[in-house]
Design a protein around this ligand. Structure first.
Ligand SMILES: [Zn+2]
Length: 116
């Protein structure tokens, strides 16, 4: 007999897997596209500008809200920004490209301070 908590974990895992299957039907991306996107912005977090940290693949429209897994719905964010973003669907790729085209410097949001 499976423990209820274990059954819940298994169902959540299955739900996430199913959502990714749906997201990939809408669009997919290659490792090359992901690396090119990070390189385009100098490997910084597109929200806070933090450099030198691992960048997460953030889905701009979250997968659980029907977002695609295509490169147009993916942006590099540091773990802090990704964890703190909640339902925010700001497209930082579009914002940083607009800033670049307009010749203005990037206005990065101050990074979130870790709670002590
Ligand atoms: Zn960040």
């Amino acid at each position: 007999m499976e423990h209820p908590a274990q059954a819940r974990l298994r169902r959540n895992k299955e739900l996430r897997r199913q959502r990714m299957v749906e997201a990939r039907k809408k669009g997919t991306h290659t490792t090359e596209q992901w690396e090119a996107l990070k390189a385009e912005f100098g490997h910084v977090c597109l929200r806070c500008g933090r450099q030198g940290y691992h960048l997460d693949k953030d889905h701009i429209v979250p997968v659980y809200q029907g977002g695609s897994d295509g490169i147009e719905n993916i942006q590099p964010l540091c773990a802090w920004c990704n964890a703190g973003k909640g339902p925010d669907a700001t497209n930082w790729v579009a914002i940083r490209r607009e800033e670049r085209e307009a010749g203005v410097p990037h206005h990065f949001e101050p990074m979130k301070q870790a709670k002590r």
